[in-house]
Design a protein around this ligand. Structure first.
Ligand code: NAD
Ligand code: UGA
Length: 463
């Protein structure tokens, strides 16, 4: 089957960039990205590609090239489903906040709504592709809904998880380590797999396209995120031991990373991992293990989250302790709010939790982040529901410029590893601060020796 029309449900951090790259690399395929969120679609259609709702290096250029040619953003979900031969489901799958599995299981209500809508609308055979990250065996539920509520047409379900990381989405999509496609081993299943392989083959070499059964593909995505997050919790656990023993975690990471079996990536100690996925996917894995009665497996993976929560709390405690056990009415400046550099995404960012702890201690928080708006920061704090909105507004000031944000501060905390922070005139910042002037480098990006020679009291992670 030759695919000429694709629909993607969900114009978020995955749907938007992934479809933009497919459209760029496959000009013969019409790609329509749909979403219920009218504002989001309006933003994707903003005449100025710089104003698209997601900031990713290189993305606005791709959107500028393909939009209106073979890339479209629309709120007409039914029409896009009806026209497409292949439908990607790329909606959010957050942790459940209610009922059975609350706080752990993935909430599949958006996935089910998509399946029901596809079943209702489809009048021809369709290939349905799970792009969202899903619990293993979700394809079974989707298939059951499609087959039992549809119009008698045939559906093939593929699992095609996305491995892009935010901040590097475009390069990850253009040069993926691998593309994973899971499908049925029947003749129709293989035909569907081949149709999707053909789409990716337009720019990804065949030896990087891996095909498996559906369950392996679904579970591989959760496994990949669990392994990645586990490395961060492992090095963060060592960072605390380093602080007690005089070892330096950066040196330890370098030493173990040179072992080719361990490898150097994802060994950067930090204030803790954030982002919309690591925590939710591990909790989901823990829930799945528990639901099969595999309590030791569940406990093993849960420890990754426990360690991460500890690391965030440890960072805020250290600030309070170092500032003579009180931060009440002191100005603490955060450089960075996003969960990592080169993204405007703040979901589960460590900054939110550290700010919450310090506001509880009655600190005044000033923030500068190159890409995050004040509204987003306030929404993040309001979401925790620790205090009423007005109290968050009173405790948080947001600046357009790092130098202004640091003026009169008692301490600076680095929460995101934005490159520009390393290029600042730190002497100028030091001169504008209360003394002694403290830096808490939650990302280990600054030059400790240089800052100490200026006069700062420097605290990194794990040294
Ligand atoms: P997101 O919240 O940015 O986007 C999801 C979009 O789906 C939203 O705009 C929402 O309005 C829309 N939506 C929800 N239900 C809908 C429906 N019934 N019809 C139409 N639109 C609907 O989420 P995201 O970050 O893009 O993540 C999507 C999925 O991809 C999740 O399962 C996530 O785990 C996975 N994932 C995310 C990343 C990442 O870097 N963010 C990477 C790999 C995988
Ligand atoms: C992660 C995975 O890397 C992607 O492969 C996956 O597709 C995605 O989750 C997903 O499923 O959503 P992402 O969360 O966007 O991508 O970004 P990462 O680069 O993995 O960083 C996650 C967090 O870990 C960030 O807060 C980052 O600062 C932190 N981190 C990362 C560290 O603290 N140390 C490291 O060594 C690496």
């Amino acid at each position: 089957m030759k695919i000429t029309k694709i629909c993607c449900i969900g114009a978020g951090y995955v749907g938007g960039p992934t479809m933009a790259v497919i459209a760029q690399k496959c000009p013969h395929i019409q790609v329509t990205v749909v979403d219920l969120n009218e504002q989001r679609i309006a933003d994707w259609n903003d005449p100025n590609p710089e104003n698209i709702p997601i900031y990713e290096p290189g993305l606005s250029e791709i959107v500028a090239e393909a939009r209106g040619r073979n890339l479209f953003f629309s709120t007409d979900v039914d029409k896009a489903i009806d026209e497409a031969q292949m439908i990607f489901i790329s909606v959010n799958t957050p942790t459940k906040t209610y009922g059975k599995g609350k706080g752990m299981a993935a909430d599949l209500k958006y996935i089910e709504l998509c399946a029901r809508q596809i079943a209702r609308v489809a009048k021809q055979n369709k290939i349905v592709v799970e792009k969202s990250t899903l619990p293993v065996r979700t394809a079974e539920a989707i298939k059951s809904i499609l087959d039992n509520t549809g119009n008698g047409v045939q559906f093939q379900i593929l699992s095609n998880p996305e491995f892009l990381a935010e901040g590097t989405a475009v390069t990850d999509l253009l040069n993926p380590d691998r593309i994973l496609i899971g499908g049925d081993t029947t003749e129709e299943g293989e035909e569907a797999i081949n149709a999707l392989v053909d789409v990716y083959s337009n720019w990804v070499s065949r030896d990087r396209i891996l095909t498996t059964n559906v369950w392996s593909s679904e579970l591989s995505k959760l496994t990949a995120n669990a392994f990645l997050a586990q490395r961060i919790s492992s090095i963060n656990a060592m960072s605390e031991l380093c602080e007690k023993t005089g070892a330096d975690v950066n040196e330890v990471a370098r030493a173990i990373g040179m072992d080719s079996r361990i490898g150097p990536k994802f060994l950067k100690a930090s204030v803790g991992f954030g982002g919309s996925c690591f925590q939710k996917d591990i909790l989901n894995l823990v829930y799945i293990a528990k639901s099969y009665g595999l309590n030791e497996v569940a406990d093993y993976w849960e420890q990754v989250i426990i360690m991460n929560d500890h690391q965030k709390r440890r960072f805020s405690n250290k600030i309070v302790q170092t500032l003579y056990n009180t931060v009440a009415d002191k100005k603490i400046t955060f450089l960075g709010w996003a969960f990592k550099k080169d993204t405007n995404d703040t979901r589960e960012s460590a900054a939110i939790y550290v700010a919450d702890d310090l506001i509880n201690e009655q600190a005044k928080i000033s923030v500068f982040d190159p890409k995050v708006s004040k509204n987003k920061m306030l929404n993040d704090l309001d979401y925790l529901e620790t205090r009423i909105s007005q109290e968050n507004i009173d405790a948080l000031s947001v600046f357009e410029n790092a130098y202004e944000a640091c003026k009169g501060a008692h301490a600076i905390a680095i929460l995101t590893e934005w490159d520009e922070f390393t290029t600042y005139d730190w002497k100028k910042i030091y001169d504008s601060m209360h003394k002694p002037a403290f830096v808490f480098d939650g990302r280990n990006i600054l030059n400790a020796k240089q800052l100490e020679s200026i006069g700062f009291v420097y605290n990194g992670i794990g040294s």
